[in-house]
Design a protein around this ligand. Structure first.
Ligand code: ZN
Length: 504
């Protein structure tokens, strides 16, 4: 929300009159806010780093007509500095030194001809717990008759909806000489949803009008450039990617990337997002993950979203292979291959024989995971295999696990298992020289090399999808390089993040 933007400098030559107004404007604003502070408002103050960074004024901006009339001549070369909340922090406490609960911006640059805007000022107030719009207006001494009208108009617009805590009420106020302590509300607006704004405006006859303004929402493709520092998810979030998109990206990458070993501090990644944005530039959806690129030491991994015809969304590499593997690369975490598939000298039998599986060395008790979803067809002692589990995944494909120290919870013939479920624990039962997992992959009832199977097990976009996917992949690869970069968060208004909603 642009509450504190300064108006762009006007090109028009300034008249003495408008200069006087320009100088009076902050002065009158100051009168308003001091009165406001004395009213004892304690609302949370929305900080603005740019404004907060302004140096405090050398003297207190306590307005007196004498003080403000003198520097008018100087204004030609030295415009009055914008007044900011920080200006008031130096006031003694009894004058409201801690002016929490308001923020302001100077009036919009006036269109030709310039109206006498000096007595007008904007104020943004935030609903706290237990607040109502009416109460907020009463707190700043808006006359009751006006409040009543505004209340009715706003209720008619909002129907039964309640404004949430933290909702911002934007006001354009006017100081009226006849009632110096009671500002007149020229307009009030709330925007509980980015695409919908409710505006109450004062007519010349003193009555109020209510209006609902809707904004068109359309998609926008942006990218987030980030570096990994600590958690990959948080690194992305800090750079402006929504957490949900990061979680999705990490999951899509996890089939191919060994995060523990391959992912290092400072590694760069890019997230391509589709945001939804209103016609006036507000983000209504922070971004759906379209694609992601992670630059590892020796290779770059790219994943992209695609929905095959008649299918569901999935993630694919640029070659059109699904990132999801039907089988895990290894049926346990951080395992070390100690013996590969093939002919070898048998360590116990002492003669050369086919090693019909792959051995993974791991400490006794390391959990063994189901390589894929399937059904337990054997679970128990099995000769030289020791304590053994066999899973059937499809009519054609099975996996087997030997030398276990014990079975996983609930593992017995006939039960279904999910991919990654613990089916047992590493041991050294049966014909074994030390704790390890003997892992076999069966196709058509025959043992094959598990490590040679993994790529064959990916789904691939094919048929009519192939052309469509290629076009999309080309587009995403280009956009990963050249889509507009989204700025880091913590700057934009974000109602979902509590640290912003709470103010400072
Ligand atoms: Zn083995």
């Amino acid at each position: 929300m642009v509450m504190t933007d300064s108006p762009p400098p006007s090109d028009r030559p300034r008249t003495a009159k408008s200069l006087a107004f320009a100088l009076f404007r902050p002065v009158l604003f100051a009168v308003g806010v001091i009165g406001l502070a004395l009213g004892g408002l304690v609302l949370s103050h929305r900080s603005n780093p740019e404004i907060a960074a302004l140096p405090p004024p050398k003297s207190l901006p306590i307005p007196t007509p004498a003080a403000s009339s003198a520097p008018i001549v100087l204004a030609e070369t030295e415009p009055a500095p914008p007044i900011s909340p920080s200006d008031f922090k130096n006031l003694p406490p009894n004058l409201g030194g801690d002016l929490r609960g308001f923020s302001m911006k100077p009036p919009e640059p006036a269109s030709e001809p310039e109206p006498p805007a000096s007595d007008r000022y904007e104020l943004t107030l935030r609903l706290e717990k237990g607040d109502t719009v009416d109460k907020i207006l009463a707190d700043i001494d808006v006359p009751e008759a006006d409040r009543k009208q505004i209340h009715e108009k706003l209720n008619a617009l909002l129907k039964k909806r309640k404004l949430p805590v933290g909702e911002e009420i934007e006001l354009l106020l006017q100081n009226v000489p006849e009632q110096p302590d009671a500002p007149r509300v020229l307009s009030l607006s709330v925007r509980p949803q980015p695409e919908r704004e409710y505006i109450i405006t004062r007519r010349d006859d003193g009555t109020y009008d209510g209006e609902e303004k809707t904004y068109k929402v359309s998609p926008r493709i942006v990218r987030v450039e980030a570096e990994r520092h600590g958690s990959l998810e948080q690194s992305g979030v800090r750079a402006g990617a929504p957490s949900q998109a990061m979680v999705e990206l990490i999951r899509a990458l996890s089939y191919d990337v060994d995060f523990q070993r391959e992912l290092k501090e400072g590694m760069k990644f890019t997230v391509l997002l589709e945001q939804l944005v209103t016609s006036d530039g507000r983000v209504t959806h922070p971004g759906r993950l379209l694609a992601g690129e992670l630059r590892l030491l020796k290779r770059t991994v790219v994943v992209m979203r695609y929905r095959p015809q008649g299918g569901a969304d999935g993630f694919y590499n640029p070659n059109g292979e699904s990132v999801v593997r039907a089988f895990l690369r290894t049926p346990m975490d951080a395992s070390k291959i100690s013996s590969r598939f093939g002919m070898r000298e048998h360590p116990i039998l002492g003669y050369s024989a086919l090693h019909a599986g792959v051995d993974f060395a791991a400490p006794s008790g390391t959990p063994i995971l189901a390589a894929g979803a399937g059904k337990v067809v054997m679970a128990g002692p099995n000769g030289g295999y020791g304590l053994y589990v066999k899973l059937q995944h499809t009519s054609d494909v099975g996996t087997a696990y030997g030398h276990m120290s014990r079975l996983g919870p609930g593992i017995k013939p006939g039960v279904a298992v999910r991919q990654g479920q613990v089916i047992g624990f590493v041991g050294s039962t049966g014909m074994s020289t030390g704790p390890h997992l003997h892992y076999e992959f069966h196709r058509g009832g025959k043992q094959v090399n598990p490590l040679a199977q993994k790529f064959a097990m990916r789904a691939q976009v094919a048929g009519k999808d192939a052309g469509r996917f290629q076009a999309l992949a080309k587009q995403y690869l280009a956009q990963l390089k050249n889509a507009p970069v989204v700025a880091g968060t913590k700057k934009a208004k974000d109602k979902d993040s509590p640290q912003v909603a709470k103010g400072d």
